[in-house]
Unconditional design. Structure first.
Length: 211
């Protein structure tokens, strides 16, 4: 059992144990992100938007990628510093690096997997960290391992987190009154519709089901 911030609704609080804690584990517990670091997050799903919000809370410079210009606009309103549409900019790894003045990204929140990792390795700085959270585009390793070794890239797998991290996270969220991004709330009777909506991939943030 762990308390959740009292300023959140039940739906908002329900987004914390999985999506929020995963982002927190990547950036804080395992990532040691600090003010001035350059963070890249992929997409506009629950984990990615929490990563954006938490990274900004820590004082980081954040670049977000998406295939939707509309979602990128909304991400900028949440505090993102730069945006890249990876459809119109296929070599977005190079673009992301250029946005840092050529130094490279300090920490990447990776949810794509097989097809996106090669671009992230072009964007990461020597000694930077890639937090592998999702494998939406495939599970095979289709990149040169030499890049990881010679550039001393830290590639870490992230799977949610532990209670101590959760309690530290909720203290931080409450102090800054950070609000989770919820795209839509369905009733339990609309479960089928909710799953279909999730599959469409048009959501921005979390989808919740009210019991």
């Amino acid at each position: 059992m762990a308390k959740v911030p009292g300023y959140l609704s039940d739906e908002e609080a329900a987004t914390l144990p999985c999506a929020a804690l995963t982002a927190w584990s990547a950036l804080v517990t395992e990532g040691d992100v600090k003010a001035g670091d350059r963070v890249l997050v992929q997409g506009a799903g629950g984990v990615s938007l929490f990563a954006l919000q938490i990274a900004k809370l820590l004082g980081a410079f954040v670049i977000i990628t998406s295939s939707s210009d509309e979602k990128l606009e909304r991400a900028m309103a949440l505090g993102a510093d730069e945006r890249i549409n990876y459809i119109t900019t296929p070599e977005w790894g190079k673009t992301a690096k250029n946005l840092t003045g050529g130094d490279g990204i300090d920490h990447i929140v990776e949810v794509g997997g097989e097809k996106t990792l090669p671009q992230y390795l072009r964007a990461i700085r020597p000694g930077g960290t890639v937090s592998m959270i999702g494998v939406l585009s495939g599970v095979n390793m289709g990149v040169s391992l030499g890049l990881i070794v010679t550039r001393k890239v830290r590639l870490q797998g992230i799977t949610v987190g532990h209670r101590d991290s959760f309690e530290a996270m909720t203290r931080g969220l409450e102090q800054h009154q950070l609000k989770p991004v919820i795209d839509r709330v369905f009733s339990f009777e609309e479960l089928k519709e909710a799953m279909a909506y999730l599959q469409e991939g048009k959501h921005f943030g979390k989808i919740c089901i009210r019991f």
